[in-house]
Each structure stands twice: as structure tokens, then as C-alpha cells.
Design a protein around this ligand. Structure first.
Ligand code: R5P
Length: 293
């Protein structure tokens, strides 16, 4: 029997297949059944190898956290001695402080839960802002944060030559700088204030945008309102085109349609979250990191 295996879920099959192939390890899927009352019955392969890599991105996180809560200890019962979570999208990372008194700091508690279940956690562009490192997030565990920003930078440069890269807010600085520097692109960061789930006010940096191709780059798009506000402003300032590149394409509800209605031309994303806009694969990045762990 192989000494390691990739365990995945069928709704992430394309990334799972690409990752298993890049790693040269066998791939198996967790079988799921939902009982009428909403409970889950999960089935893992019997006789697991000593090292199990579990692929589970945490988009729509609540049910997936339950899956991990059940699958991780079950994998150990079935023979796994080392459990590595490969979670291309880590949810609950933006709730990194109590913004109002009494508010649960979800980032800390979700990280504690995952750190208790897994020996190592590997992810892509986690929203680390006030907590700045995986070491701080997963004390005593191996945590590795990879960045897809250079890959997105390479993609946009291949499509557009020399666009201006703009991060809609200060928190995007880390990704925009990584993407822009790898390609020598002009870049800048906006300034954003969120007033509600679907309400943001934002100011783009004072770069010359008239007649230029602008690419808005961010780690995650959820309602799309951040990108819509930024695109509207870029177009009002004379940008010739506005395209969007994100690592995590959550795009809830009709966010994608709204983005196009606001004048955004292309929406590009990585396959860290499965979505029709996926153009860049994080599988090679993940495979190299797993080999390094
Ligand atoms: C927060 O700062 C993130 O980097 C994103 O800008 C934000 O989560 C996007 O959310 P939405 O698409 O709902 O505006």
C-alpha cells in the first residue's frame, strides 16, 4: 500500500485529480449521504495509509467544518497517523477581532478547531491581516500559507501586457505587491470602509487611469460589492477596461452578473474555489508545498 493518500470530496474533483496527479499519490473520495433530517453519513476507505492528505476548501464553510470534524478522527481510527489538511480556501479568516463588544473572534476558534484535528494545515492566500502568520494562527502545528498572487500576476500580464494592478483596500496590499512585483507592473491600493454586508465606500489610489487597462486584484470576492465599487470608480476615472483577478471566487448569489453589469469585462480566478471563472490552477503550488512539508 502507498504510504500516503489524498482524500477528497466529489465537489472538488478536478482540483483533487490534478493534485493527486502532481503528487503521484492515490486519490479516494469520501462518500457522503445526507439523511432527511440533515445529518451526514460519511464513509472513508478502510485501511488508510500512515499519511493522509485531506483536501477540503471551506467555501460555504459550516457544513464542511462538520465534515472535517467527523472525518479527521475517523481517518485516525482507520490507520492515519499523520493528517494534513489541504484547504485551498480557509473560511472565517476575516473575523479576526471583536469588532463590537462580545463578538466571537471566529478566526481564532476555527483555527483552534482545525489545529486540534490536523497535524498540519496548508492553504492559499488566507485572509491574514491583524493576525499575520500561520504560526500565530496554528500555534504548535505546521501551517503553511501559499500565495497564488504571483500566478495571477503572470496570468494578467500574459493577457494584457502592462495593466495597472489595483487592490481595492489596504488589506489587499500583500497580494497586489506580490503580483505586481513579479511582473514589474504599476500598482496601488485603494482605501475601503465597510458599512454593511453589501455596502462599502471606497477610494482608489491617485494613479493615472485614463485610457489604461485596469485589473482589480483581491484575495476573495464574496458579494462582489468591493470590486463593484472599485470598478465603478475606475471607469468613472476613464479606465479603458476593468478586469478582475481573485484567488477565491466565492461570488455569492448574482454577484458575478452584478459585476459585469457594473462594467467589468473579464473575471479571472484560481481553482482554489471551484467556479466558472477559474483560469489558474493552484494544484502545482499545493503539490510543491506538500512535498516540502
Ligand atoms: C476583505 O477585505 C477582502 O479582502 C475582500 O475585499 C472582501 O471580503 C470582499 O467582500 P465582498 O465581495 O463581499 O465585497
Amino acid at each position: 500500500m502507498s504510504e500516503q493518500m489524498l482524500l477528497a470530496f466529489d465537489d472538488e474533483a478536478p482540483l483533487a485529480q490534478a493534485l493527486a496527479q502532481a503528487l503521484g499519490v492515490p486519490l479516494a473520495f469520501v462518500q457522503r449521504h445526507r439523511f432527511p433530517d440533515g445529518e451526514l453519513r460519511l464513509r472513508l476507505p478502510e485501511g488508510l495509509p500512515s499519511r493522509v492528505l485531506m483536501l477540503r476548501g471551506l467555501q460555504q464553510p459550516n457544513e464542511k467544518l462538520t465534515e472535517l470534524l467527523l472525518c479527521a478522527p475517523a481517518a485516525r481510527e482507520l490507520g492515519a497517523r499523520e493528517l494534513v489538511l489541504v484547504s485551498p480556501y480557509l473560511a472565517y479568516m476575516r473575523q479576526d477581532m471583536a469588532f463590537t463588544p462580545g463578538e466571537v473572534v471566529s478566526q481564532r476558534h476555527v483555527a483552534a478547531l482545525l489545529g486540534g484535528l490536523f497535524d498540519a494545515v496548508l492553504t492559499v492566500d488566507p485572509h491574514l491581516h491583524r493576525v499575520t502568520s500561520m504560526e500565530a494562527l496554528f500555534p504548535g502545528r505546521r501551517g503553511l500559507a501559499l500565495s497564488a498572487a504571483p500566478l495571477l500576476g503572470e496570468w494578467v500580464a500574459r493577457q494584457l501586457g502592462r495593466p495597472v494592478l489595483i487592490g481595492p483596500d489596504e488589506e489587499a496590499a500583500q497580494w497586489v505587491q506580490a503580483a505586481a512585483q513579479a511582473q514589474g507592473l504599476e500598482h496601488g491600493m485603494g482605501c475601503k470602509r465597510r458599512l454593511g454586508d453589501r455596502e462599502v465606500v471606497l477610494e482608489l489610489p491617485p494613479l493615472e487611469l485614463g485610457g489604461r487597462a485596469v485589473v482589480l486584484l483581491d484575495d476573495v470576492a464574496s458579494t462582489g460589492q468591493t470590486l463593484i465599487a472599485a470598478a465603478t470608480q475606475a471607469l468613472a476615472r476613464g479606465a479603458a477596461s476593468v478586469d478582475v483577478a481573485v484567488t477565491h471566487a466565492l461570488f455569492v448569489g448574482d454577484a458575478l452578473a452584478q459585476l459585469h453589469a457594473a462594467g467589468v469585462r473579464h473575471v479571472w480566478s484560481t481553482d482554489a474555489v471551484p467556479h466558472p471563472s477559474n483560469v489558474v490552477s493552484v494544484a502545482p503550488l499545493l503539490a510543491q508545498a506538500v512535498a516540502r512539508l
